[in-house]
Design a protein around this ligand. Structure first.
Ligand SMILES: [Zn+2]
Ligand SMILES: [Zn+2]
Length: 308
């Protein structure tokens, strides 16, 4: 099972120190999900080996340029490379209009379908679901409509022991029930307990992306105990007033939220251009929440409950 996140960009809005604006690639069992698509995302994907052919879903938190100016370039490259399979884009209202206008005036005929999904950023809602994973929105507080995203693994099934299938000659159609916890009754009426047939599943893993936002606890129940929280920490705590004024968060606020929510690890990013050295941001967070890490571009963080 692979579930991890690779940082493609983690700087704030003003370009600085060769850091790129917000973008992340979430890898889940061979599928790639891009969260935010700041300028240069496609170049960072190439550099860090993110497979474009595995990408079918892009999630945009809000329409400030540092979170989506890389999108039109990525979509254009897909088209030039003869992409055929559909792409789903989840974003606040307005992105569809922006993208279509750009393609209209460049006279671009797309060879693949784009399905736009409009996020209601005012509420928590499931926006994507397949048999293994759920993605839901987390309403954030920012200057324009913004939401974060919670990637939540569904409850994994127990693992059935292959030699037990053979030993009891268990019919194929009962396998799923047994993986879900059922006992097996042999044709002679003997009950074989589930515990004798299976091994326990690992706990489901989860990851939340929260950027950009003023400090808020309004979604704290949704991130309670999750494996990894990415939260913006645009400013050091001394600039708390500036953070509030611009609807951003400070280091100590992000760390306090992580602590209150009981998350296992905190990843901070969306660094202001005023900080060349990020150590001060990390140190401030660790005073409050020791399990804090910098979202450095090119780093990959496991989203894994088994190593905790
Ligand atoms: Zn931003
Ligand atoms: Zn913003």
């Amino acid at each position: 099972m692979q579930f991890d996140v690779t940082i493609l960009g983690s700087n704030g809005a003003i370009a600085a120190f060769d850091r790129f604006p917000s973008s992340q690639a979430i890898n889940y069992n061979g599928h790639v999900f891009i969260v935010d698509c700041g300028e240069g995302t496609q170049f960072r994907m190439n550099k860090f080996g993110i497979k474009r052919g595995k990408l079918d879903h892009i999630f945009i938190s809000h329409l400030h340029g540092d979170h989506y100016y890389g999108l039109i370039g990525l979509l254009t490259s897909f088209n030039l490379n003869w992409r055929e399979h559909p792409l789903h884009i989840y974003a606040p209202e307005g992105l569809e209009e922006i993208v279509k206008l750009q393609f209209k005036y460049s006279n671009t005929q797309l060879k693949f379908a784009i399905h736009f999904h409009t996020n209601d950023t005012s509420k928590n809602a499931v926006i994507f679901e397949d048999k293994n994973l759920v993605v839901e929105t987390l309403p954030l507080i920012h200057r324009i409509p913004t939401c974060g995203f919670l990637f939540r693994e569904k409850k994994p099934q127990r693992k059935i022991l292959p030699d037990k299938i053979a030993e009891y000659n268990i019919p194929f159609q009962l396998i799923n029930d047994i993986k879900s916890g059922a006992d097996y009754t042999t044709p002679e009426g003997r009950v074989i307990s589930n515990a004798a047939l299976t091994t326990p599943a690992l706990p489901p893993c989860s990851y939340a992306y929260c950027s950009d936002t003023a400090y808020t606890e309004q979604f704290i129940d949704r991130i309670n105990g999750i494996d990894l929280l990415y939260h913006e920490a645009t400013f050091v705590h001394e600039h708390e007033f500036r953070a509030a004024e611009t609807f951003h968060t400070t280091t100590k606020q992000a760390a306090a939220l992580a602590k209150k929510a009981g998350v296992k690890k905190l990843l901070i990013g969306h660094f202001s251009a005023r900080y060349e050295n990020l150590q001060v941001l990390l140190d401030e967070c660790r005073e409050v929440f020791p399990e804090t890490y910098l979202a450095i571009e090119g780093s990959t963080f496991a989203i894994d409950s088994s190593d905790q």
